[in-house]
Design a protein around this ligand. Structure first.
Ligand code: M6R
Length: 614
């Protein structure tokens, strides 16, 4: 939550910072601000609302400096307002700070500073940081050197409990930006005579492809033509630079009206890239990045898949795949529950963490807990160098490209695809599933991109259905087996971008209570892709039709004559991976309902893309 950007070089910082903020708006968008330095003075402009408001601010012209820091906020402490938006300055206007994360002990620090004569303008946790830097800086009676500035920052940071990615500038040192992070992401892009800072790589990808990924408790002092790195004791060290292969246009809208629509349409490519060279027909799967052995897999008594939101829904399909192919008991848990429920984990447990961003706070905490109990940990992520990937024992990447829209689409299908390949890889090592069937499954995976294209060819039909149901107040999603997993994902998508209340149920569970909610005109979406369960699910759908429901069916089966309101046929595939196809009509349905309601599809209310707070 919250996005931060920084620039130092010879160009006007303002334009670069605003461009960066626009691409980070998915992280939060209730207020935004910029501070630059010119003539040894910090100038600051902040506005409530979207980055567009900041850009249109009558004051924006005063930001002329070539060094600056910027922030787009997702409020935690203090309501969205101009005062609470970042940057925040100390009482003497010498230090300005932007912050992503949460300072848990800010109340104690605020009291300490108040007792020492400091006052506060905002209700934020962040405002303690510039004042603490000032406190330590002004209590050091030595000459004003950069080292004194850096030492004051280190002392301030060592007082903080919680998570932070911080950018700090000072009117006394107009040639540097100091950054430090702990449990919140921060990358530094190296340019030619200029350097960039951002919460994620895509925000500054149009300017550079060379990045340093800052580690926890690591400091960097960034000049326009050099960057110095220090550990937590301020011992200097060298750092490896990473060249990022992503194409800059992959982080742009590329002619689409919204990122979400672009990302839905990118799924054939995302799946192709995720399959990559991980397998060929007739050859075993290979994961160069993990050294899991047959004897290790045989020693396991359990696999956990832990994640949040859509990533957890991908995990549910992963469970079905791993249990079917490997016969290893697999449990899926919501990270925020898992971390507090004393799960039974030991060295015979493999814990898999699925996270598009690799930064989700609860998933990270669950990973740390699992490691502390002796389990091996495996991350499934889309973001290279993200915190979860750095802390896990093993990481395998989806190669979906940057996902900007808050509602996850291509990350979900890529996660399911990668979990399927992982399941096949484990099954091949274990010899737990007939080889010929694994080859058939591989062939089905290889066919997915073209089958996704044919589902996308039905976009108009789904749009027509959306036109008919967008005024509904409630919707229900029904399925069995992996169709139920997709129902959960379809229901989440609808809620988050269209604000329509919806529920997903295992179709057989309906008559145990929720059927009481079915009345004339209610929309029920049924997903039917498992041959063995067709008749069962159809019976459940008949029960709701009898009670007046309108039904929209997504199926790859030949259904007997029926009285469904709409039926959308999708290509047949193995039921274990059918969610990769059946979810696409549901993504499009939510998208067009949201558009019909005139909502902001990419930035739904109250949400942020990366949930880096508990
Ligand atoms: O980055 P992560 O995959 O860890 O994010 C997990 C969830 O916050 C995320 O999937 C969320 O549910 C999406 N907004 C759903 O579209």
């Amino acid at each position: 939550m919250c996005g931060i950007v920084g620039y130092i070089g010879n160009q006007k910082a303002k334009e670069i910072l605003i461009n960066g903020l626009k691409s980070l708006e998915y992280r939060g968008y209730d207020s935004a601000g910029i501070a630059t330095i010119e003539n040894n003075k910090i100038d600051m402009v902040k506005e409530k609302g979207r980055v567009a408001n900041l850009e249109a601010s009558p004051e924006i012209g005063k930001l002329t400096g070539t060094i600056g820091i910027a922030h787009t906020r997702w409020a935690t402490h203090g309501k969205p307002s101009k005062e609470n938006s970042h940057p925040h300055m100390d009482n003497s206007n010498t230090f300005a700070v932007v912050h992503n994360g949460i300072i848990e002990n800010y109340a104690d620090l605020r009291k300490f500073l108040t007792d020492n004569g400091y006052s506060f303008i905002s209700q934020t946790d962040t405002e303690v940081v510039p004042n603490l830097v000032h406190y330590y800086f002004s209590n050091d009676k030595s000459e004003n050197t950069l080292n004194k500035f850096l030492t004051a920052v280190r002392k301030a940071v060592s007082d903080l409990k919680g998570s932070y990615a911080l950018e700090i500038i000072s009117s006394l040192f107009p040639d540097v930006i100091i950054v430090v992070r702990k449990d919140s992401p921060l990358v530094i892009g190296k340019g030619n005579g200029e350097n960039f800072i951002a919460s994620d790589i895509p925000a500054v990808l149009r300017y550079t492809k060379d990045f340093y990924l800052l580690d926890d408790n690591e400091f960097a002092v960034i000049y326009k033509d050099k960057i110095n790195f220090y550990d937590s004791s301020l011992e200097p060290h060298n750092k490896e630079i990473k060249n990022i292969e992503w194409d800059a246009s992959s982080a742009e809208k590329d002619g689409y009206e919204d990122y979400m629509l672009k990302e839905i349409n990118e799924q054939p490519t995302a799946i192709r890239e995720t399959i990559g060279s991980r397998f060929r027909l007739g050859e075993p799967c290979s994961f160069d990045d993990i050294d899991i052995t047959k004897s290790y897999l045989e020693s396991l008594n359990k696999i956990f898949i832990v994640a949040c939101g859509t990533a957890m829904h991908a995990g549910l399909v992963g469970k079905a795949i791993i249990e079917k192919l490997c016969r290893i008991p697999t449990e899926v848990d919501i990270a925020s529950e898992f971390r507090y429920r004393d799960p039974i984990i030991d060295e015979k447990t493999l814990c898999i963490f699925v996270s598009q961003s690799g930064e989700t706070a609860d998933t990270l905490a669950a990973l740390r807990l699992s490691k502390s109990k002796g389990a091996k940990t495996l991350a499934v992520s889309n973001v290279i160098g993200s915190t979860i990937t750095r802390e896990a024992d093993y990481t395998i990447y989806t190669h979906a490209g940057p996902e900007i829209a808050v509602a996850s689409t291509k990350a979900y299908t890529s996660q399911v695809c990668l979990l399927a390949i992982l399941g096949i890889y484990f099954a091949e090592l274990l010899g737990s599933y007939p080889k010929v069937k694994l080859e058939e499954l591989k062939s089905d995976i290889l066919d997915l991109p073209s089958k996704i294209e044919s589902v996308l060819d039905n976009t108009e039909k789904i749009k027509e259905f959306a036109d008919k149901v967008y005024t509904q107040k409630d919707m229900f999603f029904l399925g069995r087996g992996t169709d139920y997993d997709v129902a959960l994902e379809g229901s989440l998508k609808l809620k988050e971008i269209s604000y329509i209340h919806s529920e997903a149920y295992a179709a057989g569970e309906l008559k145990h209570g929720p059927i009481a909610l079915i009345e004339n005109g209610v929309t029920v979406i049924g997903i039917i892709t498992n041959e063995k369960l067709v008749e069962k699910t159809i019976s459940n759908l008949q029960e709701v039709i009898t009670r007046g429901a309108k039904t929209f069916i997504i199926t790859n089966q030949v259904l007997p004559n029926n009285n469904f309101s709409y039926c959308l046929n999708i290509p047949a595939t193995n039921e274990l991976i059918s969610p990769i196809l059946s979810v696409i009509p549901l993504q499009l349905l939510s998208y067009y309902i949201s558009k019909n309601k005139g909502l902001d599809v990419d930035k739904p209310r109250n949400l942020a893309k990366s949930v880096t707070v508990e």
